[in-house]
Write a protein that binds this ligand. Structure first.
Ligand SMILES: Cc1cc2nc3c(=O)[nH]c(=O)nc-3n(C[C@H](O)[C@H](O)[C@H](O)COP(=O)(O)OP(=O)(O)OC[C@H]3O[C@@H](n4cnc5c(N)ncnc54)[C@H](O)[C@@H]3O)c2cc1C
Ligand code: SF4
Length: 510
């Protein structure tokens, strides 16, 4: 009998390890194990989402006639590790071979590569071909290039998969409509409610389990309304295309107090665990353009996130691991402030984004990048701690996606492997793209002093402190000219405000 192990983020019927599975001949194992659920303290909603999606997937496999062994988290026999569960099944049954699709995380792949020897049985690790670009394909693309830039990779993906193309030309004449996608939200904006699903009996059982077993983990478990089946994940995609895609482009970078979901798709949860596949999401958006229900700036912008950023980020991960996880270009070492777990800070933008993260296990990209990420960079937070936080708090977070976003996009800890400059910004950016500043006790327009927005002085302080590493960067050198023109007294105020603020931060108050 062949044993096929399916991991929690491999919930696709088309998975490579299941492709040739034969009902009656093979057994499929899914296990909720302590090692995976607790190696960081994942958000309660993330654990509930994955356990419920796994249980529903097991049912879907059974309904196709497969024999499934499903190990519940609180089963008395559960050994707590994937290896332990494979071994336990091998001891109970005659297993001739183990087949697994390669895991998305380096840590687990590294471990699984030793399983054949440890189990004394053939172990076949199959490629995960649910991505549009294989890790080898990305390596080939990257080899010999002086710099790795999303834009060139993205164009190749569009050509290779004939997405938004007119023969060999991009539809509409341009590859990228990003310049149209930076509108601030108007005061009156009707944001559709996100797609939500009532928990069924299986989800209710999982919610009770998570309440019981993970009380110390971050985040609010209730209300829980995520999709946990492929059918409902597809409905989430359909609702996005019908109700949100049209404005996705315009308000892609906008942030509005009390509107955590905006016009984003909320499909990362489902894409990353396999309930949705990237190309079907891309084709659904493309169809909306051809049907005339969504404009090109929205459709292209959305498609770029999936065939561009998502694939690119994964490529960077496999290209650069394991060293990538230890990079720290700016030698940043500040501990993560306590308010990252509570949201208790006077800085309204951070307060909103963290409180929403706690409630939903979700924040949209600009909240992650330009509020929490930007602050993490300017405050000099230690990359490993930041990375662990992002991995724990979002229900779509897996190391392959989270780590390059943290070490590459927000912290520039990789020294610019794929970003041409750090995404550092003052309060002016946040004020331009949101209404958070209207509700803040700090003033975004004030540059120094007690009332000044901390982003304003921390921005210059960061540039000053890292001058040696950044002045030579052609995209930053202009900014240093403004620093050079600043009076000494202004520079001193910036430095002393930053010292005061960061000292308070170390005492966990901001
Ligand atoms: C510091 C940081 C950490 C992040 N960690 C994760 C993570 O662990 N998992 C994750 O899926 N995304 C991560 N992202 C990317 C992005 O923020 C989320 O994919 C997005 O917010 C998910 O919401 P959505 O589905 O509504 O996305 P939309 O805005 O609707 O975008 C559509 C899809 O594009 C993909 N996508 C967009 N941007 C990225 C990106 N930079 N990297 C990878 N995929 C992208 C996602 O699959 C997303 O579902 C991170 C971004 C930052 C700045
Ligand atoms: S004033 Fe500064 S801290 Fe307050 S919301 Fe605006 S950017 Fe954030």
């Amino acid at each position: 009998m062949r044993l096929r192990l399916v991991l929690g983020d491999q919930l696709s019927l088309s998975l490579s390890s299941l492709r040739d599975a034969k009902p009656g001949e093979d057994v499929i194992l899914l296990a909720e194990v302590r090692e995976e659920a607790t190696y960081v303290r994942h958000h309660k909603k993330k654990i509930a989402f994955l356990f419920s999606a796994m249980r529903h997937f097991a049912e879907a496999l059974r309904s196709l006639g497969h024999r499934v062994v499903y190990v519940n988290y609180d089963s008395a026999e559960n050994t707590g590790s994937l290896f332990g569960e494979v071994l336990r099944l091998m001891e109970a049954e005659t297993v001739s071979e183990l087949i697994v699709t390669k895991p998305g995380e380096y840590r687990l792949l590294d471990e699984m590569e030793s399983w054949q020897e440890r189990l004394g049985m053939p172990v076949e690790l199959r490629e995960d071909d649910r991505f549009l670009c294989s890790s080898e394909g990305f390596q080939e693309w990257a080899s010999g290039r002086k710099s790795l830039r999303l834009e060139y990779f993205y164009r190749e993906m569009r050509r290779d998969h004939a997405i938004l193309m007119e023969s060999d030309k991009p539809l509409g004449g341009q590859w990228n409509y990003d310049h149209d996608n930076r509108k601030k939200a108007p005061k009156e904006l009707d944001v559709p409610a996100p797609f939500s699903v009532e928990p069924d009996r299986v989800t209710e059982e999982v919610l009770a389990l998570v309440t019981d077993q993970f009380p110390e983990h971050f985040g609010d478990l209730q209300p829980f309304s995520l999709a946990v089946t492929r059918e409902d994940a597809l409905k989430t995609l359909d609702q996005f295309v019908a109700e949100r895609l049209g404005k996705f482009g315009d308000y892609q970078d906008a942030m509005v107090q009390g509107e955590p979901w905006m016009f984003h798709s909320h499909i990362s949860f489902y894409l990353n665990c396999g309930l949705l596949l990237p190309l079907e999401c891309v084709r659904a958006a493309e169809r909306a353009y051809f049907d005339g229900t969504a404009p090109l700036n929205s459709v292209e912008g959305f498609i770029r996130q999936i065939v561009g950023w998502r694939e690119f980020i994964r490529g960077i991960y496999w290209l650069s691991m394991p060293d990538y996880a230890g990079l720290n270009y700016f030698e940043a070492s500040r501990n993560l402030p306590e308010f990252y777990w509570t949201g208790e800070t006077q800085m309204n933008c951070l307060h909103q984004c963290i409180v929403e993260t706690k409630a939903n296990a979700y924040a949209h990209h600009i909240q992650r990048l330009m509020v929490i990420g930007n602050f993490s960079l300017l405050a000099g937070l230690a990359p490993k701690q930041v990375s662990e936080w992002y991995l724990a708090v979002y229900a779509d977070a897996y190391e392959w996606a989270e780590l390059p976003n943290v070490n590459g996009m927000i912290l520039f800890a990789d020294g610019g492997l794929f970003a041409s400059k750090p995404y550092a910004a003052s309060g002016a950016y946040i004020n331009r793209m949101s209404n958070y500043c209207e509700h803040c006790s700090y003033s975004h327009a004030t540059k120094t002093g007690e009332k000044a927005c901390p982003f304003n002085y921390l921005y210059w302080n960061f540039l000053h402190q890292n001058e040696e590493k950044l002045r030579g960067n052609p995209r930053v050198s202009m900014i240093y000219r403004s620093w050079d023109k600043m009076s000494d007294s202004k520079k001193n105020e910036i430095r002393s405000d930053s010292r005061r603020f960061l000292a308070q931060l170390d005492g966990t108050q901001a």
